[in-house]
Ligand binder design. Sequence first.
Ligand SMILES: Nc1ncnc2c1ncn2[C@@H]1O[C@H](COP(=O)(O)OP(=O)(O)O)[C@@H](O)[C@H]1O
Ligand SMILES: [Mg+2]
Length: 263
Amino acid sequence: VKIAWINEKGGTLKTTLATHSAVFFAAFRGENTLLIDMDPQGQAGKSLGYVADDGPTISDVLLGDADLQDAILETSIPNLYLLPADKSLADVPGRLYGQADVNGRLKKLLISQRKYKNVVIDSPPSIGVLTRNILSYVQAAYIPVNLSFLSLDGAAEMVQTIVASRKELGNNKLKVGKVVPTLYRRTKLANAVLERLEQHFGDDCAQTRIGVSVKVDEAQSWGRTIWQHAPRAKASLNFLELMEELYGKATQDGFALLKKSNR
Ligand SMILES: Nc1ncnc2c1ncn2[C@@H]1O[C@H](COP(=O)(O)OP(=O)(O)O)[C@@H](O)[C@H]1O
Ligand SMILES: [Mg+2]
């Protein structure tokens, strides 16, 4: 699949869910997967333990200064590859300004690749050239929504943006993956927001919601997924349940495989 996690709000779990999606495909399905970091903060890479070096990044590839394959890194997880980002990505839209087909760069680079069965993209917290590049390429955009009162408006807007992009960017394969409720706690407010989300989005809303867990933060500080850091924790099963709802069942024991790849 070719998918992205997208929301113009920060802190909705885009990065966390993009990395866990990519690791799910790689470790629980055994499929070659490319994780592309399209956020200048570079947190998708960081949360998997990647430390920035002088090598080429997504910026160089988008600007035509490096080959795609030269910028892609092998990770410690079998089948998982990373195309990292750094803060230079923030300047890429300006540097592309005025050139032809600015929104179609990423698609052009990836369209003919056959090596990766899945491409998973982490998005910046804004709608601009980078996001339009993502929406020109992917088949599905998943929208994580944290369960706070103000998130509701944003979610509806995000769905509209995706639907409009189909025509505006000429990507008729693009669909809204699911709206995924995140940072759920058992409070009155969270339950009320969840209920409205489900009412508004119906089947487009995932059944599984991601609960609040400090273990996820902890895992990322070690450069690991929750499945490596605390495989038996509730959060670990919670993330796996969401992945299986969105993408279908695991076909192999990802926990065993990840245990072996733990650094
Ligand atoms: N289940 C969770 N419970 C609590 N905090 C979480 C959970 N999952 C991720 N986080 C933390 O929430 C913060 C925001 O998540 P992140 O994925 O970076 O969001 P975004 O990419 O949308 O800005 C991060 O510090 C991350 O470690
Ligand atoms: Mg992020």
